[in-house]
Design a protein around this ligand. Structure first.
Ligand SMILES: C[S@@+](CC[C@H](N)C(=O)[O-])C[C@H]1O[C@@H](n2cnc3c(N)ncnc32)[C@H](O)[C@@H]1O
Length: 372
């Protein structure tokens, strides 16, 4: 009897401890939910009242484009007649070309080479010199210009006049004969077909996730690749972009008047970048964009499959224990070509939440068009 009573007491104590613990967990969970819900509701109310989230002041170098374009959502779509997100994105890039830079930075082609990022150099080394290249969504053309230094035929296409004008100024200034620039909307099948040529290499970096229909854009542009041709698609990753989304929410709500916080956020991505135009362009692209989507690796593998593109690799790598160095092995290296299984994809993307947060969860998938 005494043993039973003792057991009962122990059980009661354990249950009480468990109840206290659960109370704490639930309390914290409710507190966090109400905190974020509070931020969300304030944001929605402010937006509905037409308030500018960025407040009136802005940091010396961080200049928002000044107007918040309507975001894509059903409510807005119903309210605004003839809502055309493609047009909104086009206006955005006309107001804020990307990647923006001061033209004075480039006096000679050597300046272009010196300014080339590591990833641009990897592409330059990986794409054969005799290959023709199309850079879809070339923006202000810095990458196309750099790749054209060693090649005969590089075409940069974009639908933003301001971006193309800047790219044209760069081309003229540096007398880049093998670079051609053309206005094309990737969602317009006819305009894409009118390019009238197929290429050995397609680059479409950081473009499709800003379109109204990323898969449609992908389908259109991959028709421009020759059999056996190289394909590189850069997109925001669903997991990888999480921390940037949180920073963006904070920048638009509790830190909306805090220029030091915004400066800190953009410096996470740009380090000690000094070019004011570059900083302004990046701020707008990452924190002010009217349209963006994020994608999973599985989704893009599916796009590849449906459009006869063979998977070759990714940056960052999708393989466990991958010690290869892309600056040495290049982007389309058959030795590194291993299809990532579901477990590797899951673990890697989870890791990208932290490892790619400074790049806003950006990753690039490489493939080659199958031979017919
Ligand atoms: C973030 S920028 C990327 C620029 C460049 N590819 C890079 O990696 O730095 C996106 C570019 O895609 C272009 N773009 C977006 N939607 C487009 C569309 N439907 N047709 C053509 N270009 C588009 C924009 O004008 C912009 O220049």
């Amino acid at each position: 009897m005494r043993i039973l009573a003792r057991l009962f007491r122990v059980l009661l104590k354990t249950l009480r401890g468990l109840a206290e613990f659960l109370q704490k967990v639930v309390g914290w969970a409710l507190l966090s939910i109400s905190y974020f819900a509070g931020i969300g509701i304030t944001a929605i109310v402010a937006r509905m009242c037409g308030k500018n989230f960025l407040g009136q002041k802005s940091a010396k170098n961080i200049k928002p484009i000044g107007k918040i374009y309507p975001r894509r959502n059903c409510l807005r779509r119903n309210i605004i007649d003839n809502f055309d997100m493609n047009n909104v994105v086009q206006r955005f890039y006309n107001a804020s070309p990307f990647p923006d830079y001061e033209l004075d930075r480039f006096e000679t082609t050597e300046d272009l080479e010196l300014a080339a990022k590591t990833f641009s150099k990897i592409l330059d080394r990986s794409i054969p010199q005799e290959a023709s290249i199309i850079d879809v969504g070339t923006g202000t053309g810095q990458l196309s210009a750099f790749l054209s230094l060693r090649r005969e035929n590089v075409l940069g296409v974009d639908f933003s006049d301001s971006s193309l004008n800047k790219a044209r100024s760069l081309k003229e200034k540096l007398a880049l004969k093998s670079l051609t620039l053309k206005k094309v909307d990737v969602l317009n099948e006819e305009q894409v077909e009118n390019i009238g040529e197929k290429f050995d290499c397609l680059l479409c970096l950081g473009v499709l996730h800003h379109t109204d229909d990323p898969y449609e854009g992908f389908r259109n542009v991959t028709k421009l690749v020759k059999p056996g041709g190289y394909v590189a698609i850069g997109l925001y990753n669903k997991c990888g972009r999480t921390l940037l989304k949180i920073r963006r929410l904070l920048a638009k709500t509790i830190f909306r008047n805090n220029e030091r916080a915004k400066e800190y956020f953009i410096r996470l991505q740009l380090g000690d970048e000094q070019d004011a135009e570059t900083i302004r362009g990046w701020w707008n692209d990452q924190y002010e964009h009217p349209q963006e989507t994020a994608h999973t690796v599985g989704e893009v593998l599916d796009w590849f499959e449906k459009n006869d593109i063979e998977y070759w690799g990714a940056n960052p790598s999708l393989l466990f224990f991958d010690k290869s160095d892309p600056t040495i092995s290049g982007a389309w290296n058959s030795a590194d070509k291993r299809y990532p299984g579901p477990l590797a994809r899951f673990c890697k993307q989870l890791k990208w939440m932290w490892t790619t947060h400074r790049d806003g969860g950006y990753w690039v998938m490489f493939g080659r068009k199958k031979n017919e």
